[in-house]
Design a protein around this ligand. Structure first.
Ligand code: HEM
Length: 406
């Protein structure tokens, strides 16, 4: 609407063109993340996402890239599958659960599922939301006081600090709204905005999310027998001087994994479910592909190997990410039906046209700051959609995207 280049402020230009992607985000671009990302810092120690310095980021990225490699994600599938079985039985219950008038259960169900999986994979302990059918996680009442117990705790690692139960997905939403808005403002304006009454309650969300990360780390460190998980790898990591990550750095990385890993997958799964419910033709076509691929398999959860290369499922996932990416601005497509959910575009295109589409389609970004969790995200999205749409037919109860009936 405004053209390719828009000058948003004297030193801020928005560019909407695929050719700009490698120039800005590519490995050889030399560009650093902007002060926008300072607003995401909720601990004194930065995490991988909001570290601006190249050397600081490279150090973290090197440690964490092993955790999220294709190979590691394949190994995590076992943990995920066990967890999926639980999830599917909850989806069976969801059939009656979503009928409760006060609930918009589909969206909530995806949030609970996604948080439980991240809790399990990252900390060896699901949050227990899906079984409780409740948005709930324990969070340290004071981040500083809880972090202080890490240095005073004995070897038995019994961290004792005051905690509260919080609706963590709701609070992460409030935090996201606030910091995305703050990020766009000059740094000197941010404290003034935060003094305004309307923003104070959302401001509380920042330490609350941080508190839930500290609690997850402490809980994991209390349970020395927990299965090998992502935190294990962070605990084992050493810097060039042989030093482990500090409790604060661990908590900062943990909060990133919770925020980046759970809400993104939940939102995308929910959006795609909505598009499929809205378009019964596409849903039936996907189900036919799944029926064929899974006909020799009677397990509840679709095995990733059986569904990871299905062309129509791939197209459905791509189309969902294109239209409803949790990281907006990551897809660029022009044409008459560009705003329609039309998975066939990914199957029908070929040659230069397909290449141009793929060059412009970067839901996980590109370059050194691209999503490190994309392998995990892709596995979860493919598995959950295949599992659910092989088992259920989903129809819209109304035009409202969040009030659907399974
Ligand atoms: C549909 C799912 C997902 C999408 C669309 C997505 C997208 C993205 C994008 C676009 C970025 C770059 C953002 C920026 O620099 O401003 C990013 C970064 C990141 N994502 Fe994801 N993500 C998803 C799932 C996940 C999962 C499951 C995890 C891990 C459990 C994860 C962990 C991260 C981390 C740690 C970063 C920071 C990387 C760095 O700065 O080096 N993401 N993601």
């Amino acid at each position: 609407m405004y053209g390719i280049f828009v000058c948003l402020s004297p030193n801020h230009i928005s560019i909407v063109h695929p050719v700009a992607l490698p120039a800005v985000y590519g490995h050889s671009s030399g560009a650093l993340k902007a002060p926008f990302y300072d607003a995401f810092a909720s601990f004194k120690t930065r995490n991988m996402f909001n570290t601006i310095s190249r050397t600081g980021h490279t150090r973290k990225r090197r440690i964490e890239s092993q955790i999220f490699s294709q190979q590691s994600v394949r190994e995590l599938e076992g943990t995920t599958r066990v967890h999926h079985i639980d999830l599917v039985s909850q989806w069976d219950k969801l059939y009656s659960y979503v009928k409760r008038a006060e609930s918009d259960g589909v969206r909530e169900g995806f949030n609970y599922w996604s948080f439980d999986i991240i809790g399990d994979l990252a900390f060896g302990d699901p949050f227990g939301m899906i079984l409780a059918a409740k948005d709930t996680a324990r969070s340290a009442k004071s981040v500083n006081a809880s972090l202080a117990t890490f240095s005073t705790s004995s070897n038995t690692k019994k961290f004792a600090f005051e905690m509260e139960e919080l609706p963590v997905t709701e609070i992460i939403g409030q935090r996201g709204e606030l910091i995305t808005m703050l990020g766009w403002l000059p740094k000197y304006v941010r404290p003034i905005i935060l003094m305004m009454p309307g923003f104070r309650s959302n401001l509380q969300a920042i330490p609350k999310v941080a508190g839930s990360a500290v609690t997850a780390v402490a809980k994991r460190m209390n349970d020395l027998d927990a299965h090998a998980d992502m935190l294990n790898r962070l605990l084992d990591a050493r810097d060039e001087n042989g030093e482990p990550m500090s409790p604060e750095e661990l908590s900062s990385e943990a909060s990133l994994i919770i925020v980046a890993g759970a809400i993104t997958v939940a939102n995308t799964s929910c959006a795609i479910t909505y598009y499929l419910a809205r378009d019964q033709r596409v849903q039936a076509k996907l189900q036919a592909e799944l029926d064929d691929a899974l006909k020799a398999d009677d397990s509840i959860v679709a095995p990733h190997d059986a569904i990871k290369h299905l062309p129509y499922l791939d197209a459905v996932v791509n189309e969902g990410l294109r239209l409803d990416s949790p990281a907006p601005g990551s897809a660029y497509l022009r044409g008459e039906n560009a705003s329609e959910f039309y998975p066939e575009r990914w199957v029908e295109a070929s040659g230069d046209q397909k290449k141009a589409m793929l060059d412009a389609f970067v839901p996980f970004s590109i370059g050194p700051r691209a999503c490190i969790g994309c392998n995990l995200a892709s596995m979860q999205l493919h598995t959950v959609l295949a599992t659910l749409f092989h088992r259920f037919n989903v129809v819209l109860e109304s035009d409202d995207p969040v009030r659907s009936q399974v």
